[in-house]
Ligand binder design. Structure first.
Ligand code: URA
Length: 217
């Protein structure tokens, strides 16, 4: 389905909004500074948050406007849970939190073994009552999909049932891996690039998102 600003299948939504695409192109440019990269990721994350929260359930609450009473739409159920996959996930997290400041936040620390490319867990701190929350997992880069699939394994073990995965850029290999490992978890991204190189980097990509975000090497 083409929604005008996004291309959608049951498992994958690509947010094609011109502002998202324009900002992403600047982020891809290796000449873009750390400060600019960070600012753009924050801005894009707000635009992606708009898309990823599109189906949150609503209820109504009786309120008084200055004119009359009304049944006003409000978000239903427990607060949203945002789970950041450290460390680059925090770049997406910050912008989303500006839009949804009451969200509960969890962190999963996984690093990628450079030889096997398999994820190794070093940290996990999650909000309570995950089973009753919409859980949005954030990581800018869906590369092999191994870390994302592992993080979602952990969340399901902790009871999460309604999970959405949000990234900035995906490789086809990562999308496929997620579809096989977690077919019930929709993936929302700004772009699906061409392929992964031998080091597990997305091509053309934007390089190492964590390094570009924090100015490390
Ligand atoms: N992680 C990154 O930061 N960049 C890639 O291209 C792949 C994984």
């Amino acid at each position: 389905m083409n929604t005008g600003t996004g291309t959608t299948s049951e498992h994958l939504t690509i947010v094609k909004h011109p502002l998202v695409q324009h900002k992403l192109s600047i982020m891809r440019d290796k000449a873009t500074s750390t400060a600019k990269f960070r600012q753009l990721l924050r801005e894009i994350s707000m635009l992606l948050a708009y898309e990823v929260t599109r189906h949150l359930p609503l209820t109504t609450e009786r309120i008084d406007t200055p004119i009359c009473e009304m049944d006003a739409p409000t978000l239903q159920g427990r607060k949203l849970a945002l789970i950041s996959i450290l460390r680059a996930g925090n770049g997406l997290l910050d912008g989303i939190l500006e839009l949804v400041p009451s969200a509960r936040v969890g962190f999963v620390g996984l690093y990628r073994d450079p030889e096997t490319l398999q994820p190794v867990q070093y940290y996990c701190k999650l909000p309570s009552e995950l089973a009753d929350r919409v859980v949005i997992v954030v990581d800018p880069m869906l590369a092999t999909g191994n870390s994302s699939a592992k993080a979602i394994d952990l969340l399901k073990e902790a009871g999460a049932k309604n999970i959405i995965f949000l990234c900035l850029l995906a490789a086809p290999e990562g999308v496929q891996r997620m579809k096989e490992a977690h077919p019930d978890v929709p993936v929302v991204t700004a772009a699906v690039d061409d392929h992964l190189n031998d080091h597990g980097y997305i091509v053309p990509g934007l390089g190492d998102a964590g390094d570009r975000l924090y100015g490390t090497k």
